[in-house]
Design a protein around this ligand. Structure first.
Ligand SMILES: Cc1ncc(COP(=O)(O)O)c(C=O)c1O
Length: 405
């Protein structure tokens, strides 16, 4: 057997993707990291390019990925325990940095317990497998992340047990709750904390209030889940995320260590019983090796930093640079979506103009991402800028200067 026939079919499908404008471009390859110097934040080298690049497309909001304390923690854990766990968690693949990180993130989120996953993506999939039943109705925001949508499919949720409310539309959420029929014992309202294409946030206080109103109708109540991957570490006065910003805590928090915390991995934080059910039933937790101890130790260190004075300073810097960039866009008369999150969308509203602007920024040493149809609806073509704590005032000014031209 060879792959010739299959390859031929796949090549045709790839051509179709290309023709439909839906194919992803080849990936750029980073070959070097240049630490901050002379009033400039970090710069990156790319394969095949001679110049240095400023990244405004990284989720590492606190810029902790290159922090010496994280690197040292990862290094120390690897030296102590090795670079790989050798097995899945329940076959003696659980090391003290795994449980240490679970305790640390539970404390940080104010929940009794947590389980870590290889990513927030697999955390969402595992959670859906753990708590979904034939009598569970899932209700989600229209703009939820792909991992939540995929989680529903992996958990085999039939379309009759799913409903979608218009983005952040609380009347529509109530409509979805009103429509839940007899026989449903458990309702799950699931939503992103920060919507990654827009930088706006879910009104968690309102979602909680509405969910609590409907809760007595169902045997297991109405459960709220936030996936706060872009909020945790980067949002709220102490970086506790969208719940802190809104002053209301959902029942379950999903998040990532791969964005503000600058490392890798995901988590679910909730009650002790729910987390034990995740351990028993979440296949994406059970049947796969866990994060390396290096990742765990670095992530725990990132939370420590975020929780202390150094973290407050980073968060303050992030907020200042974000405000500087947002004010600059407004001064230039450019359209954005208001809000304090470091995801700052520039609404271009035209596919060709979005590509041109992204290319111009790249030619001038700035990495950003252009979002065009089908990633965003037609007419909402956007350039997504992401600010981080290592950007300097002059970095932001230089990007604004480019945009003004
Ligand atoms: C809401 C949301 N959930 C999950 C993820 C995936 O995070 P991870 O890289 O940890 O899988 C993302 C990242 O893009 C996200 O925006």
């Amino acid at each position: 057997m060879s792959l010739n026939s299959l390859d031929e079919t796949l090549a045709g499908e790839l051509d179709n993707l290309q023709a439909a404008g839906r194919a992803k471009k080849p990936e750029r390859i980073i070959t070097g990291y240049i630490p901050p110097k002379g009033g400039c934040g970090p710069r990156y080298l790319l394969q095949g390019q001679n110049s240095e690049f400023l990244r405004l497309n990284s989720n590492s909001y606190l810029s902790l990925s290159n922090h010496p304390a994280l690197i040292e923690a990862a290094d120390e854990a690897s030296r102590k325990f090795g670079v790989g766990p050798g097995a899945v968690r329940f076959i003696d693949g659980t090391f003290i940095p795994h449980t240490g990180l679970e305790e640390r993130i539970a404390r940080f989120t104010g929940k009794p317990a947590a389980k870590i996953f290889n990513s927030a993506y697999t955390a969402n999939c595992g959670l859906a497998l753990a708590i979904g039943t034939g009598t569970t109705r899932w209700i989600g925001d229209q703009l939820n992340h792909n991992s939540i949508i995929r989680a529903m499919r992996i958990a085999g949720v039939p379309s009759a047990n799913k409903a979608i409310y218009k983005h952040n539309d609380m009347d529509d959420l109530q409509r979805c709750l009103d429509q839940v029929g007899d026989g449903i014992e458990r309702v799950v309202v699931i939503f992103d904390g920060i919507f990654s294409m827009r930088g706006d946030f879910a009104p968690i206080d309102r979602i909680k209030e509405i969910s609590e109103k409907y809760s007595p109708r169902f045997k297991d109540g109405v459960i709220t889940i936030v996936d706060d991957s872009h909020g945790i570490g980067a949002y709220g006065t102490t970086g506790r995320g969208t719940s802190e910003f809104c002053g209301a805590a959902p029942d379950i928090i999903v998040g990532t260590f791969g964005k503000a915390f600058g490392v890798n991995g995901g988590f679910v934080a909730a009650s002790k019983t729910l987390i034990e059910m995740v351990r028993q039933k979440a296949d994406t937790y059970i049947y796969t090796n866990p994060l390396s101890v290096a990742d765990c130790a670095a992530a725990a260190k990132a939370i420590d930093i975020c929780d202390g004075l150094a973290g407050s300073a980073l968060l303050k810097g992030l907020q200042e640079r974000t405000a500087q960039f947002r004010a600059g866009l407004a001064r230039l008369g450019l359209e954005s979506i208001p809000g304090p999150h470091p995801i700052v969308p520039l609404l271009v509203r035209d596919t060709a103009a979005t590509h041109t602007l992204v290319d111009k920024l790249y030619a001038n040493g700035v990495l950003v991402v252009g979002l065009t149809f089908p990633v965003v609806p037609q007419g909402e073509e956007t350039i997504r800028f992401q600010i981080n704590a290592a950007h300097t005032e002059s970095d932001i000014d230089s990007v604004l200067d480019l945009l003004s031209k």
